[in-house]
Design a protein around this ligand. Structure first.
Ligand SMILES: C[S@@+](CC[C@H](N)C(=O)[O-])C[C@H]1O[C@@H](n2cnc3c(N)ncnc32)[C@H](O)[C@@H]1O
Length: 200
């Protein structure tokens, strides 16, 4: 099974695997901690069925916008059915080859997706291109790195090698793509690397 087939197959079961009543308010609180502005244009990279996007929409003002993209047609189709808010643009696409103009967004969330990228250095360069100067990227999980890697190891041969590196390794990869590292850390319940595209 290819990785794409794996995610297409997972789509219909994804929301049942999440406690959305707990997750959405938790994401909303985290957006405040992370300083997500109410009027920002935010890219949700690997948006899945749109749960981070839903939380972003609750946080953003009428001026805010979300660009939500995923490689899986089944994931995007479910997201579009669930969320009809006109502030979202849904795009089917591969994070390695983002196809919109550069300097287009204030912030990128790569939430629960980073280890699935076959060439994270290429994704980092694409994110750097798409961010406005001063914009930030969050590589983020709300479970521990150990849990992420245990899940992937046992989920399917399609994703068993998709292992999350320690935060300092992810930070080094982002620094190579000309990001400034603002934070790199992990705990028993989360993983966060925040990196900024420097302003000129
Ligand atoms: C574990 S799911 C997480 C979905 C969503 N971020 C969430 O937390 O609900 C990973 C998602 O990343 C997507 N994905 C994997 N590789 C991708 C790529 N190269 N480009 C864009 N999306 C990708 C998958 O299709 C899947 O929807």
């Amino acid at each position: 099974m290819t990785k794409l087939a794996f995610f297409n197959d997972l789509a219909a079961r994804w929301d049942a695997m999440e406690d959305l009543d707990a997750l959405l308010p938790k994401l909303g609180e985290a957006f405040v901690q992370l300083g997500v502005g109410r009027d920002e244009i935010v890219l949700d990279l690997g948006c899945g069925t749109g749960n981070l996007t839903a939380a972003l929409l609750a946080h953003l003002s009428d001026e805010g916008r979300v660009i939500a993209t995923d490689i899986s047609p089944a994931m995007i189709a479910l997201a579009e059915q669930k969320i009809t808010d006109p502030r979202v643009t849904w795009l089917l696409g591969d994070a390695h080859r983002l196809f919109w103009p550069g300097a287009a967004c204030h912030r990128v969330f790569a939430y629960s997706v980073w280890p699935h990228f076959d060439d994270p250095a290429q994704v980092a360069r694409e994110i750097h291109r798409t961010l406005m100067p001063g914009g930030v990227l969050h590589v983020w999980h709300l479970i521990s790195r150990q849990q992420v890697n245990d899940i992937h190891t046992h989920a399917s041969p399609a994703v068993c090698d998709d292992l999350l590196a320690p935060p300092d390794e992810t930070a080094a990869l982002l620094a190579e793509a000309n990001f400034r590292i603002l934070h790199a850390g992990e705990s028993d319940s989360d993983y966060l690397v925040t990196a900024q595209k420097p302003a000129p």
